[in-house]
Design a protein around this ligand. Structure first.
Ligand SMILES: Cc1cn([C@H]2C[C@H](O)[C@@H](COP(=O)(O)OP(=O)(O)O[C@H]3O[C@@H](C)C(=O)[C@@H](O)[C@H]3O)O2)c(=O)[nH]c1=O
Length: 182
């Protein structure tokens, strides 16, 4: 497993070691000891799985304290642009976004600490998306930021005419009006 520090503090790209053979391949998608040895001390308590078609944009989501969530995310099938926005007020990259392509081909995972809004867009025909969370889902603590907030200027790589966005996600506040505490 390789761990790559991004330009945002504590936001890490993980490249699991892949064992290919005549049957296909094997990889460890999560190993607590290995994560700990690389300084990733997370107590994951919920696993989520979603399926999305081309053009879907989900996000940008987060939960308020005491329900904030760190997430370890990956695309099991297909290709996405995964996006996070740093909402940690004390962070030098507060308000900055980071985007990365995650796909079944590149096998990358993103380790997102608490204090970030998260979303992704779907570039392939179908995507199976899987992630671990270190805090449980809480409906009342759920918050969002508008995915197309011009201040954030995120390139989702999906033309507007193809974008499929839930009513909820179309109506989140802009970054400047969002409430956050972690
Ligand atoms: C996230 C979540 C949703 N749900 C329910 C609520 C709702 O009826 C249905 C669909 O929820 P959503 O539309 O919020 O699903 P979705 O848009 O896929 O939400 C997810 O988006 C990505 C980007 C994230 O970062 C995740 O943390 C999560 O917020 O599933 C749960 O029961 N548990 C959960 O943990």
């Amino acid at each position: 497993m390789e761990v790559i520090q991004t330009e945002i503090q504590d936001l890490l790209i993980i490249k699991p070691k892949k064992f290919n053979d005549a049957r296909g391949f094997f990889l460890e998608s999560y190993n607590k000891e290995r994560f700990l040895s690389k300084g990733m001390n997370y107590d994951f308590v919920q696993d989520n799985f979603s399926s999305s078609q081309y053009g879907v944009i989900r996000g940008l989501h987060y939960q308020l304290a005491p329900y904030s969530q760190a997430k370890m995310v990956q695309a099991i099938k297909g290709k996405i642009i995964d996006v996070v926005v740093d909402l940690r007020k004390e962070s030098p990259s507060f308000g900055k976004s980071f985007s990365i392509e995650l796909s079944e081909e590149n096998g990358l995972q993103l380790m997102i600490p608490r204090g970030f809004a998260h979303g992704f867009s779907v570039l392939s025909q179908e995507v199976l998306f899987s992630y671990k969370c270190d805090n449980l889902y809480n409906k009342d603590a759920e918050r969002g930021i508008r995915f197309n907030d011009p201040f954030l200027g995120i390139d989702w790589r999906v033309p507007e005419s193809d974008a499929i966005v839930s009513d909820k996600d179309q109506n989140h506040p802009l970054f400047k009006d969002a409430a956050y505490n972690f």
